[in-house]
Design a protein around this ligand. Structure first.
Ligand code: GDP
Ligand code: MG
Length: 163
């Protein structure tokens, strides 16, 4: 069975865009408006052909993206709990939000290894973008721009090393 990597994060942080970048698929819908994304849930990342892994967009699983607050979040949680690695995606432009804090509180109760992925760093000073999330206390922090495909190679290498 292939390893499973779960994308977790509040709506509009770029989960679907990252999913597309990693699976190189164009059929996941990416939308500007929060809450309207209906994306494919599962895909296979074959960027390293020797080490494919399954990627699950838990926002997609929830059906309507409501963060992890709603009852529909149960399936997202189940998927994340059974994953081998969780990528917790946050928005480097907007900084830490209360929904991010909520998700973090839940992630702290899960045993699955988790990386913090600060996305949308294009046009930002990466150190400044990361500073807002320093209090989250992650050992593994990655800065990406899914839209510009920046930091994807490093993310891939770190994820593969953890699988
Ligand atoms: P999701 O709700 O977490 O799945 O987020 P989406 O992937 O649907 O992206 C939400 C919005 O953010 C879309 O308008 C994307 O084009 C935009 N976006 C995603 N990644 C990036 C990024 O790295 N940089 C910038 N500037 N915008 C991004
Ligand atoms: Mg999405």
């Amino acid at each position: 069975m292939l390893p499973l990597v779960a994308l977790v994060g509040r709506p509009n942080v770029g989960k679907s865009t990252l999913f597309n970048a990693l699976t190189r698929s164009r059929d996941a819908l990416v939308h500007d408006e929060p809450g309207v994304t209906r994306d494919r849930n599962y895909g296979v990342c074959r960027l390293d052909p020797e080490r494919p892994f399954v990627l699950v967009d838990t926002g997609g699983i929830a059906g309507s993206e409501e963060g992890l607050a709603g009852a529909t979040a149960r399936q997202s949680r189940a998927a994340a709990e059974e994953a081998d690695l969780i990528l917790f995606i946050v928005d480097g432009r907007e900084g830490a939000s209360s929904i991010d804090d909520e998700i973090l509180a839940w992630l702290r109760k899960v045993d699955t290894p988790t990386f913090l992925v600060v996305n949308k760093i294009d046009g930002l000073d990466p150190q400044t973008a990361l500073a807002d999330f320093a209090r989250y206390g992650f050992k593994d922090v990655l800065a990406t721009s899914s839209a510009h495909k920046t930091g994807i190679d490093t993310l891939l290498a770190r994820a593969l090393a953890a699988l």
